[in-house]
Design a protein around this ligand. Structure first.
Ligand SMILES: [Zn+2]
Length: 110
């Protein structure tokens, strides 16, 4: 998988669950091996937590909302320059690979 989506990127959901389509959020985790990313506020799941004992007291943390990963093909990078979801080009500058917005040709990585 190409590393075109990176942690900290702003992405838009272009396919997948309808309730998430069109949502934008920050990439908080990238799994390059599986080709999956976790996007803040997208693909939310609810996990029921067990009661835990803390210093003799029983604490019920209740439900935990967490983001489940989505496949990288379901997201598109949002260009920080033009604000549009875009395909990404890569410009080879020596060993540093800079990403380019295909819509406005702006350099995404400084
Ligand atoms: Zn752009």
């Amino acid at each position: 998988m190409s590393a075109k989506i990176r942690k900290g990127d702003n992405v838009e959901i272009i396919s997948g669950r309808s309730e998430d389509k069109g949502k934008r959020g920050e990439v908080i985790k990238v799994d390059t091996e599986k080709g999956r990313v976790v996007v803040q506020g997208v693909n939310l799941r609810t996990k029921h937590q067990k009661q835990v004992q803390t210093k003799g007291r029983t604490v019920n943390p209740g439900m935990l909302r967490f983001e489940s990963s989505v496949h990288v093909s379901n997201v598109m990078l949002v260009c920080p320059k033009c604000g549009k979801p875009t395909r990404v080009g890569v410009q080879d500058e020596s060993e540093k690979k800079s990403r380019i917005c295909k819509k406005c040709s702006a350099l995404i990585d400084e």
